[in-house]
Design a protein around this ligand. Sequence first.
Ligand code: ATP
Length: 574
Amino acid sequence: MKLIKQLDWFIKRQKRTYMIAIILLIITGVVDMLPPWIIGQAIDAIREGSLTTERLILIVSSLLGIMVLSYVMSYLWIARLFGTAFLLEKKLRGRFFGHLLKQTPRFYQQHRTGDLMALATNDLKAVERTAGFGVMTLVDSFNMTLIALTIMGVFIDWKLTLAALLPMPILAWSMNKLGSQIHTRFTAAQDSFGVMNDQVVESISGLRVVRSFVQEEADTKKFDDITDDVMAKNMHVAKIDVLFEPVIKLLVGLSYLIGLSFGTYLVFTNDITLGQLVSFNIYLGMLIWPMYAFGELINVVQRGTASLERIETTMNEVPDVSSTGTVHIDVPEKITFKSLSFRYPNANRESLEDIVLHVSRGETIGIVGPTGAGKTTLLRQLLREYPIDDSLLVNGVPISDIKLETVRGWSGYVSQEHLLFSKTVRDNIRFGVDDVSDEALDRAIHLAAFDTDIEHLENGLDTVVGEQGVMLSGGQKQRLSIARALLKNPEILLLDDSLSAVDAKTESRIIDSVRTSREAKTTFIVAHRLSAVAHADQILVLQDGRVTERGTHDQLMERHGWYYEQFIRQGESE
Ligand code: ATP
């Protein structure tokens, strides 16, 4: 079975637990087969008039004993098997989450959040059901069928057994047909559930925009259409789902009919006793569950396989940035862009072309230019989010040869969109840094000019900022992110237009702190307001992905180019 192959890493690890559960299950199956046999014997004894009181007491007490034993054993194997299934769900979720953490922007460009959430919840649940309920029904139904059929065939009558089994091939054929349809339809239903999830995420996170553009109705209509689709696809699954039971009922009924009529005939011809016919029918009744279970098994396994395939497709995606680099560099003394060009995956033109830059540790680099010029793209090269050739070197070593964790560990990136967690201000600032002293925290807050804001927050540092920091203003979010980066005190600080939402006075205060606190470390500042980079050791002007001007503030002012014009224009407007 494909599913078992896909899950063999887990099954191998849990071999012992599965074995114990299965052995207990088999023993329970055997124990459950005893009562019909005992009852048949009792009936024959009544018919022969040989049933004594002592024998009756013995029969009743053994039936009671068997019940208790079966109860205890069932409890034990169910607890083990389902416990293992939950463990599988947890492990799969952990692997899936770990996989998501390793992915680069390209992956997130291709997979939408809602769909990933659907995989992590709904699909994983379907796999868990297969590993718990699926395995249980598989072993249980196989076991019960085998034991019941053996007893029926060997100890009662093999002709009768065969006759009662005549409808079975039809059952197997129908289940197979229904199963493959469930697989296809369930995959489609799960896909559309992913799309719906995605719409929910997008609508809720973009609620402000939706409201301000009065798009509530259009958004609701769109959502209705999507939920209609989800419903239609699930109805499509349900239409097959409901066929399982009637088909099984019909065929089981047929088995009963054959068993009873042919069995009665055999009693008349004295081939079997009345007690044996009663036992036979009880066994036949006991086969109803395995048949149902078999149908359900096909259903559950097909759903589980469909879900696992969806998960595996995502899990099999290898991050496009390889983590095979092995070189460890303690301190990035020199960063060299050696005629670096870069094109985003799926883009039709270069976003950076022929970038040449030499940066020594401790320098501040300002990057300016019109919007869309490639400033962010340049910074992101230092985060190794995209595959890159040998044109970016650190201490003379191509960045792709350096350990990925080392590279990412150096940098502190303050992005344009401020990513905050729905935790307290304190937790947001000290994110990723263990053991922070109160002094260090206060210092980072002071350097980022965030201290007065904290005084105004209801619970100060313990104020919970809400999802994505909804409680904070744009400028506050920016300064919180800067405080977070300054607390980490990274070797390479990347400020991506991080001062756009603060006034000129606060900006100059933050720039001063960055200058003094990072004297020995490297800082890249991307800015639209040129005053934020005027102090930099080197300033690059990027236009259309190319460096068109470079130098210090004074050199660029003398050049009377783009930088000069912008500087004068910005001076006039302030
Ligand atoms: P801004 O000042 O507006 O932030 P920027 O100078 O930082 O702009 P970038 O974000 O680096 O500009 O973008 C440079 C170019 O790369 C733009 O033309 C943009 O459309 C393109 N680009 C950015 N991100 C991607 C992406 N993920 N896939 C394809 N193209 C992209």
